[in-house]
Design a protein around this ligand. Sequence first.
Ligand SMILES: *Cc1c(COP(=O)(O)O)cnc(C)c1O
Length: 373
Amino acid sequence: MTLPFFPEDLFDDDREVLLDVVERIGRSPEQKFILGDHVARFEAEIRDSIGAADAIACGSGTSALLLVLRAMGVGPGDEVIVPAFGCAPLAAAPALLGATPVFADIDPWTMVVDPGAVARAVTPRTKVIMPAHLFSVMADMPALRRIAASTGVRLLEDSAVAQGGTLAGIPAGMWGDAGVYSFVQVKTFGMPGEGGMVVTGDPGLGEVVRMLRNHGQDGKTRFRYHRVGYNSRFDEIMAAFQLHRLPGFPRRLERRARIGEYYTGRFGELAGCGVLAPPPDRDGRCYYVYSLLCERRDELRGHLAKRGIGSHVYYRSPLPRQPAFEPFARPGDAWPVAELAARWALAIPIYPHLTDQQVEHIADAVCEFAKEP
Ligand SMILES: *Cc1c(COP(=O)(O)O)cnc(C)c1O
């Protein structure tokens, strides 16, 4: 592949900085490797940049979801409404707490959860609505917030892929009672390691999450456990590295947005030829992954591969069709749109260091495929 879907050179520009950070923290007299000053500064920077009451760095995006659900008191007998199309942690986080993930179908164009399906899935046992932003489009948060408010259910925004995005002026992560980010390598603010963050406008919820991430301790008295917690702490070396990378993040996001907008402009005319691009708009976009819908998906994938262009299939099956989550599906439930997305979605490269020429080459290849007789 000359243009791999997952590029290996994401951190090349910052390799010296990474080595320097390892050296500096590794040799520092205090020998503090987790939850030190760098983590506190990193949390403060993110918190202030989005106007949150608290930001809590933790072990991963998955862990962030789990911590929030636990802090919200989710447990056996509770239902958590999640999209039928998405990644494992959406279903696993409620399930690991003994709650039931209830799967709602998605919108056929944007592929994010359909608010109508969410509203229909609410029962007296529903404790949390957990939409996820997917690929390049944010979920319909205004509608979901109205549903949560009118039913008295809490709203957890899985904004793992949408850090830096905004919808109607509100940053991704700030639409619900809490939001989460993920810093795993491939995400828009990824890093060379595992990490995540909980952001919230509710200081009380933040305080509980803060305790849960470090064995239920309050950060003042060591070995005093107020709650049954987890080990989901954050690394000082990674925090220092992310503090260095933070100022460049808006520029990299903007580059992603430009590439996405270029694609959407080029692909607008392909809708009648079996290749559907995401709806054109700047508001409520995050440009983590650029996903097309194509009936002849595997052929398109082969066509691109022959031209040296990597692509990726997210996700080959709806969540309730996965062996692990099938037991949670209720008889009679169906997710026809999620089934189609699983057959048709194909993601093409959108990382910020693609050159204009490479982006054009990728767009040309997709257009050529759609227009060939
Ligand atoms: C990546 C991702 C997560 C999980 O984040 P990790 O840091 O990999 O645990 C959760 N939800 C969504 C929508 C994601 O894309």
